[in-house]
Design a protein around this ligand. Structure first.
Ligand SMILES: NC(=O)c1ccc[n+]([C@@H]2O[C@H](COP(=O)([O-])OP(=O)(O)OC[C@H]3O[C@@H](n4cnc5c(N)ncnc54)[C@H](OP(=O)(O)O)[C@@H]3O)[C@@H](O)[C@H]2O)c1
Length: 165
């Protein structure tokens, strides 16, 4: 099963200036991401790998697979040149973790989307997640949280499963 893991806001924004718009102000999402991907192969675009804070690059305790056409080697990661190669290289089910270019290419072959839906509208976002077509995807689970002293926005953890093809 190929899984997409993503966090987006009401405008479907996922990034701004090659970083997460809610970096540092939504730690619950970071913790959720770690729980889901811990010990799993993670597949990401080269720009997302570059965007990771230095202390989390490569992401610890995960097989880091980076898609790139411009690089042949990256410290701590396996570089591949196509999504197909990324899936073949994965030691176990692949978790596709972004960014926009990679989500766009992975969506048609993914079986599951684990989304954090963030109740805000980022100004000036420049990376987006595609709309989820409800003919193709069914909502299987949703758990919602209010903003609190640590997490600036309300948010929901939502699982979408691909409907039978
Ligand atoms: N909110 C979230 O859940 C989330 C998650 C991840 C990332 N993000 C955000 O998303 C943004 C980055 O997304 P992005 O779309 O700019 O970049 P990206 O998808 O992370 O990476 C794009 C790069 O991947 C490589 N690539 C793309 N398609 C490829 C293919 N078919 N084969 C081989 N290599 C391929 C190319 O690398 P080369 O240029 O090296 O050839 C390309 O420049 C950032 O703002 C980041 O913070 C958000």
């Amino acid at each position: 099963m190929n899984t997409i893991v993503v966090a987006y806001d009401r405008l479907r924004t996922i990034g701004r200036h090659n970083r997460l718009p809610w970096q540092g102000i939504l730690p619950a999402d970071m913790a959720h991401f770690k729980t889901i991907t811990d010990g799993q192969p993670v597949v990401m675009g080269r720009r997302t790998f570059d965007s990771l804070p230095e202390q989390y690059r490569p992401l610890p305790n995960r097989q880091n697979i980076v898609l790139s056409l411009s690089h042949t080697a990256i410290d701590g990661a396996l570089v591949v040149h196509s999504l197909k190669d990324a899936y073949e290289a994965s030691r176990g089910d692949a978790y596709v973790i972004g960014g926009a270019q990679i989500y766009e290419q992975a969506l048609s072959t993914a079986d599951r989307i684990i989304a954090t839906e963030i109740d805000t509208e980022t100004m000036g976002g420049d990376a987006f997640f595609p709309p989820i077509d409800t003919d193709e995807w069914g909502e299987a689970d949703r758990i919602s949280f209010e903003a609190d002293e640590l997490n600036k926005f309300a948010y929901s953890f939502v699982t979408y499963l691909r409907r039978q093809r």
